[in-house]
Design a protein around this ligand. Sequence first.
Ligand SMILES: CC(=O)N[C@H]1[C@@H](OP(=O)(O)OP(=O)(O)OC[C@H]2O[C@@H](n3ccc(=O)[nH]c3=O)[C@H](O)[C@@H]2O)O[C@H](CO)[C@@H](O)[C@@H]1O
Ligand SMILES: C=C(OP(=O)(O)O)C(=O)O
Length: 417
Amino acid sequence: MANIVVRKSGPLKGKVKINGAKNAVLPIIAATLLGKGTSVIKEVPNLRDVHVISDLLRYLGAKVEYKDNTLTVDASEIRTCEAPYELVRKMRASFLVMGPLLARFNVSKISMPGGCAIGTRPIDLHLKGFKALGCSVEMDHGFVEARCEKLQGTKIYLDFPSVGATENIMMAAVLAEGTTILENAAEEPEIVDLANFLNKMGANVKGAGTNTIKIKGVSELKGAEHTVIPDRIEAGTYMVAAAITKGDILVENVLLDHLKPVIAKLREVGCEIHEMENAVRVIGPKEIKSVDIKTLPHPGFPTDMQAQFMALLSVANDTSVVIETVFENRFMHVQELNRMGASIKIEGRSAVIQGTPTLQGTSVNATDLRAGAALILAGLVSEGETIIGETYHIDRGYVNIEGNLRALGANIERVKE
Ligand SMILES: CC(=O)N[C@H]1[C@@H](OP(=O)(O)OP(=O)(O)OC[C@H]2O[C@@H](n3ccc(=O)[nH]c3=O)[C@H](O)[C@@H]2O)O[C@H](CO)[C@@H](O)[C@@H]1O
Ligand SMILES: C=C(OP(=O)(O)O)C(=O)O
């Protein structure tokens, strides 16, 4: 196991190119199960999660190859519709194979994904959708088993615009008989990317990106070619790196529309931001101003950027309040930031952050992916050395983060324990 060691670094300067989005590619890889024939997915980031879902597809019987950021999946022959715990426990997004398997084979048995450091993360909304589409759903010995004669299109209202439930239900409904209308659906850009891929496979999905998605079932789907959208959270993380180090970073390969809440908050913090075609330049402020943030489903401020902003606000000029409304327990990074000298108090779903001029490096743990990113960011402006453990969480979602930051001038390395 390796640690990431970060030392206080000057203003980061230069360019960084953003990879394809983890949260877009995972459901798209699951969706390849819907079609006979070969799908070719481009701009696939070389991430641990991508390899985990690829292994799951291989286990199910698909042929999967990954080379030069292109993933080729031939899902013509599927040998089982059952996904074991060993493969699902490594990554919750594995549960996204349930919708496609149900749609194509009318049966699926998947180990229940556990909670994780950010919350209990139930799957009730996914199951509510499958039931509404005509499935019987049973839980037994830690597995969810769903079956149907043939899925039937219907109207489904989601109690909360869950990203995963929207994706899973969309993927189930594309091969259902009749039309499904999904209301209070998630509107994240990754939902739109999935819908675009499904439509290339031959599906009829309209309205993705709004809160009402209409899916007309079709009789079969084929493999398709698709290029994944850039990762707005990876981009946001490097933008915060510019802000916290008072640097000047050109973040390339971004879709500005997806970055609106992050850009708005960075401007409030005092950053100078230049929006260009497919790129954004962030010039950090002389003094980081405190701001209040409330995480919300898209187009609100993304919960996946909350921890990184918390690191930034730890060194702001005054008091900030961050309210986390999406996950009930996404403050695990707070105790680690406090160990580095931050002054953050949690009250229910709110964190009150009293900015301090400096932080101090120490040994800390990446409790989850974005917590890990936040600790790296904090380490860049901390006195001495910050040693971050449990770095496998960071590798779930960032390609070569230490190499990219080093190229921008950061003092960071990965060291074997
Ligand atoms: C692989 C992927 O794309 N992950 C993203 C996805 O996760 P994920 O799809 O798991 O997130 P959801 O939008 O489903 O979860 C949001 C909230 O809804 C709750 N919920 C969800 C489903 C359900 O059946 N019942 C229920 O109560 C969750 O516990 C959570 O509190 O969206 C999150 C919210 O933007 C992001 O933080 C994750 O990075
Ligand atoms: C929470 C995240 O991912 P996941 O849903 O895969 O745990 C994330 O990307 O920040």
